[in-house]
Every structure is written in structure tokens, then in C-alpha cells.
Write a protein that binds this ligand. Structure first.
Ligand code: DGL
Length: 272
């Protein structure tokens, strides 16, 4: 079906999921929207995150998307059920895929999750993990400094490492811990520093790969896939600076990201 897949995040973090979607679904066109101007979402109250997410979704629905990927853990935690009820298209979040991936790799049944304050306080990961495997030991830790760091653009590795070290301090010393879920889509961008600090024995999980697998399965099952050969023309929108967005994106993505468009997300009927 020749309609795009919509991808939303509070900023550039969802690109870590978009990259996997492009890799696993090379014929599908993506329309990406990052609400950079209102990022971070993780420290905002739930009602605000819900309102902003609904505004982003309205923007993408106007573009006639055939499937929505909420490539933001915070927005997934607060809006997945709501959006599944509200929209007539499939809606995929990033929390269940992340939880599934972690359960596949842990040998000690001891998993830690790091994420935004919103995602951690909401207990979305422990709930998803325990739903599948009730006997897990789970540690969680909010890392509110990571998202502003990633969004600020090219950073020095030393500065990142220092902030990561300080933020992950509470997780050090859990001997059985063998798996760490990056429960925020911004975090894979600083995965090297996280790996260095948490140690090579701990397997790091980001949800992009498993999320893309789920999207692929749903497209096939619902006969929504685009079948012809083509190089799709992906579109990128941000509510913030397109220049900074392009800079960060081109650092991370396998394909060049160009012509990023700045948009204003209109206040919609959701607020009325
Ligand atoms: N990338 C988002 C997430 O996965 C949100 C980060 C933020 O805006 O705080 O949670």
C-alpha cells in the first residue's frame, strides 16, 4: 500500500527507531516528526505529554499515514492505549518490543531499565516485563540529564561519560545484572558511553530493532506493505531548528537526512 509510516518522538530520539525501520523495511516511506521545541517530554506532567502527542498525531494523520510508530517511550507509556482506541490504523509503541528483547537475552533474570522520569515513574517497563516473566528482578533509574545532552548536538565524549557515570551510579553493584534496557529512544545515541560505564558484561538493549520487526509483521499480516521496488523519499519534520536536527541526524543515520522542514504543530480539537 502506497501510504507512509508515521514516526513520532519528542525530538531526535525516534531516529534510532527510524534507522531500524529503514533497514528492515527499505521500500517503506517514513514521515518523521520530532517535537524538538517542546523536548524533553520526560519531565513534563502526563496531561501535557498526552496533549502534545495527540497534536503530533493529528499532524501525521493529515499526511494519510497507514501505521503509527510512537518512537518515544514516554509518549508510549502515556498514550499507547488511548491512541489504539482512537485511531483506525495500527499503532506500535516501543516499550513492549524493548521488554521482549531484554527477556530474550537475560540469563540471570536480572534486568535494569533506564529512561526519562515519566517512563520510570509510570513503571511501564516493570509492568510490561513482569507481564511476560513474573520472576524477574528489575532495577530502574531515571536519567533526566541524557535527553538535553543528546538534543544539544555534537558533544564531547568526556562530558557524556562523566554525566553517564554519575547517572548510572545507583545501578552499580548489582552483581547479577546482565541486561540494561535503554528505555528512552534518545539513549542509543550515547550507547558507547553507557556501555563503557555499565561494563562489557552487561548486554544493552534498545527497542528499535524489535519495534521494526513488529511493524514489519503487522504490515505483512494486514496486507499494508509496499511491494514495488523503489527508494522511498522519507520526510523529516521538526518543531525546532532544522539545522541542528540535520546535524544530529546525519551523525546517527545510515542515509543522509536533508531538507528537514520546520513546522508548527497547531493547537487542535484535542484542547477544545
Ligand atoms: N525519546 C523519548 C523517550 O523515548 C523522550 C525523551 C524526552 O523528551 O524526555 O522517552
Amino acid at each position: 500500500m502506497d501510504q507512509p509510516i508515521g514516526v513520532i518522538d519528542s525530538g531526535v530520539g525516534g531516529l534510532t527507531v527510524a534507522r531500524e525501520l529503514m533497514r528492515q523495511l527499505p521500500k517503506e516511506q517514513l514521515i518523521y516528526l520530532g517535537d524538538t521545541v517542546r523536548c524533553p517530554y520526560g519531565s513534563r506532567p502526563e496531561n501535557e505529554v498526552i496533549q502534545y502527542t495527540l497534536e503530533m498525531v493529528d499532524f501525521l494523520m493529515e499526511k494519510k499515514i497507514k501505521l503509527l510508530v510512537i518512537a518515544c517511550n514516554t509518549a508510549t507509556a502515556y498514550t499507547l492505549d488511548l491512541l489504539r482506541e482512537k485511531l483506525l490504523i495500527p499503532v506500535i509503541g516501543v516499550i513492549q518490543p524493548g521488554a521482549r528483547s531484554a527477556i530474550k537475552v537475560t540469563k540471570t533474570n536480572t534486568i535494569a531499565v533506564i529512561g526519562t522520569e515519566g517512563t520510570i515513574n509510570n513503571k511501564a517497563y516493570p509492568t510490561a516485563l513482569k507481564h511476560i516473566a513474573p520472576d524477574l528482578t528489575i532495577y530502574d533509574q531515571a536519567c533526566p540529564k541524557f535527553v538535553p545532552l543528546v538534543e544539544s548536538g555534537p558533544f564531547s565524549k568526556e562530558v557524556v561519560e562523566e554525566i553517564v557515570r554519575e547517572s548510572l551510579q545507583p545501578l552499580q553493584g548489582h552483581q547479577d545484572l546482565d541486561t540494561l534496557i535503554l528505555g528512552c529512544t534518545h539513549y542509543p545515541i550515547i550507547a558507547d558511553e553507557i556501555q563503557k560505564v555499565i561494563g562489557r558484561d552487561v548486554q544493552i538493549i534498545s527497542s528499535g530493532e524489535e519495534t521494526a520487526r513488529e511493524v514489519s509483521a503487522i504490515l505483512a499480516y494486514q496486507q499494508l506493505s509496499y511491494e514495488e521496488d523503489r527508494i522511498p523519499d522519507h520526510k523529516f519534520y521538526t518543531t525546532g531548528s532544522p539545522i541542528l536536527f540535520e546535524q544530529i541526524a546525519n551523525h546517527w543515520m545510515d542515509h543522509p537526512v536533508q531538507h528537514v522542514e520546520q513546522v508548527t504543530i497547531e493547537q487542535t480539537q484535542n484542547d477544545k
